[in-house]
Write a protein that binds this ligand. Structure first.
Ligand code: NAP
Length: 539
């Protein structure tokens, strides 16, 4: 330990998309001494842990990667329309090799605390194994979906069968053949896993609290001609992606929804449905985000698709959302999800009004006393999104204030990248940035570029930098105003924190859109980093 370097210019927490690019920027391009600390045994962040059957990204592969380096983009060939989890890990390992990152990555190192020493303006970072390291700058690249949500079901510890969590899946293959399997949750992870588990299980019971609208993924190989066109148009695709609403190179329909007859609307929606993917929404209509009647109109069209796919009318009805859902809740992508419920060995159990009462030694008991026996239970119950991972680290800034205390009523940030009282601390895709409401690599690149510019400025001025209280207050208020102009805050979702009991209900991502948010950050940088205060590093 004694001859190990423990003092750095910058410490980065997390070796996912955020941490790897931050390391490249700060070390390779700015010459800083950087260490990346990662809890997992390899790179990937959320993709390192989410190895459940069917795990793949719902962003299309041609935009799910770094775009800062033309050569990198051109030399990597994704095999299919959406990148599968193992392929994403191969891609990130390629990035590590390509930019010689491995020597500054430290795996199996879980950060437990980061405390500011105000006198020296340094961060001391503590890890689970008792090691401490220090740095002038601290950057969190912890991702929005890394704090697993294990509901507090009584008896969960006493269950004698196999327990699996989609967000913490074993590295070795899991075999369900011949088993009675139960799965709790029907979000994006479960929608991917259920058809695959159903192929193996002898009997599969799905416990659904809230139904969701789900659009076909239409996964498969990318035709060579399409791939060739994209290679040719890379620069235009990059521009479009960076200057779009959600970090995807699509635009909403130009003709207003209200001017479409039902027949015309059907034609547009069916066209987008046949193409599949998240572009159903982001190349569809924007009105459902703002206007309830418009939202319900699209919902009614989607109800019809569920009825077409699911043979049993009772099951189809149970799978149909009954309240505001479309667009304001993350749309999962489907590869045979609805059709799975036509299989005789797959059962759907609604638990909205009859919740899980306990996990028993042999299975699941619901509030009405009904019991289900399983050989394996899969918990697909999601994450304490966006703030969860940050709040699980004991981060303390000026005056020993804990970040989780400062955020007890909800996160307070400036631009989603910084927070007053925590100088030289920067968050990649933090709360009140577009984060989970965008194609993550697009947002991550922009954040890392902004943060590294800010760090360069602070170094140039030999200063510590943090947002002013006024800038933070204005940003928090701005986020509320923008969110409240939409239907998003009305829905019980991970975006509002409603999935986690006791979590303050706050709209977590920024809704200025990727292009609007980027413009705001550019304006801040151009105006001498307006809203940030630079103080002498001497204190
Ligand atoms: P999720 O969307 O939050 O879904 C969790 C599911 O568990 C929901 O159906 C939820 O019901 C249910 N649940 C939670 N607590 C429960 C309880 N106490 N009792 C019964 N049911 C409970 O989580 P996820 O599916 O893991 O997805 C999370 C996010 O990960 C997504 O929004 C997406 O951003 C990302 N993701 C991305 C991909 C991709 O790109 N391919 C794939 C998977 C996930 P309620 O709906 O009623 O809360």
């Amino acid at each position: 330990m004694s001859d190990q370097v423990t003092e750095f210019d910058a410490i980065v927490i997390g070796a996912g998309f955020s941490g790897l690019y931050t390391l490249h920027r700060l070390r390779n391009e700015m010459g800083l001494k950087v260490k990346v600390l990662e809890a997992g045994g390899g790179v990937g962040g959320t993709w390192y842990w989410n190895r459940y059957p069917g795990a793949r990204c719902d962003s299309e592969s041609f935009i799910y990667g770094y775009m800062f380096d033309d050569k990198l983009w051109h030399e990597w060939e994704w095999t299919e329309r959406y990148p599968e989890q193992p392929e994403i890990l191969r891609y990130l390992n390629h990035v590590v090799e390509r930019f010689d990152l491995a020597r500054d990555l430290q795996f199996n190192t879980k950060v437990t605390a980061a405390h500011l020493d105000e006198a020296t303006a340094t961060w001391t970072v503590a890890t689970e194994d008792g090691t401490t390291l220090s740095s002038r700058f601290l950057i969190t690249g912890v991702g929005c979906l890394s704090a697993w949500n294990t509901p507090d079901f009584p008896g969960i510890e006493d269950y004698r069968g196999n327990k699996y969590f989609t967000g913490l899946w074993p590295h070795e293959p899991v075999e369900f053949t011949g088993q009675r399997v139960g799965i709790i949750g029907t979000g994006a992870s479960a929608v991917q896993a259920i058809p695959r588990i159903a192929q193996q299980a002898a009997d599969l019971t799905v416990f659904q609290r809230t139904p969701n609208y789900i659009v076909p993924a239409n996964h498969g190989p990318v035709p060579e001609q399409v791939a060739a066109e994209r290679r040719q148009n890379f620069e235009a695709i990059r521009e479009h992606t960076r200057n779009s609403a959600f970090g995807m190179p699509y635009d909403f329909q130009a003709k207003p929804l209200a001017e479409h007859s039902d027949e015309e609307l059907h034609e547009v929606l069916q066209g987008r449905w046949d193409i599949g993917g998240l572009s159903f929404m982001v190349a569809g209509f924007h009105e459902p985000i703002f206007d309830l009647e418009a939202n319900l109109r699209i919902g009614r069209w989607l109800d019809g698709r569920i009825k077409e796919k699911v043979h049993d009318p009772v099951t189809a009805d149970l799978l149909t959302p009954k309240k505001l859902t479309y667009a304001v809740k993350r749309i999962p992508l489907d590869s045979g999800y609805f059709e799975t419920f036509n299989l005789p060995h797959v059962h759907l159990v609604g638990i909205k009004d009859n919740p899980v009462d306990a996990i028993t030694a042999t299975g699941v008991r619901l509030a009405d006393g009904s019991e289900y026996e399983f050989d394996s239970i899969v918990f697909a119950t999601g994450f304490d999104s966006t703030t969860g991972t940050l709040n699980r680290i004991d981060i303390r800034g000026r005056g020993g204030q804990a970040l989780r205390e400062k955020w007890a009523d909800g996160p307070r940030t400036y631009l989603g990248m910084s927070t007053a009282g925590f100088p030289n601390l920067f968050m990649v895709t933090g709360p009140q940035s577009p984060g989970v409401l965008s194609n993550m690599p697009t947002s991550i690149e922009q954040h890392v570029q902004f943060i590294s510019q800010l760090i360069e400025e602070a170094i140039g001025r030999d200063a510590v930098v943090e947002p002013t209280q006024a800038a933070e207050d204005a940003w928090v208020e701005h986020n509320e105003v923008v969110a409240n102009a939409t239907l998003f805050p009305l829905a019980d979702t991970t975006y509002t924190g409603a999935n986690i009991p006791g979590k303050p209900r706050r709209f977590l991502p920024n809704l200025d859109t990727v292009v609007g948010y980027r413009a705001k950050c550019d304006e801040v940088a151009t105006n001498d980093f307006e809203g940030f205060a630079f103080a002498s590093a001497e204190g």
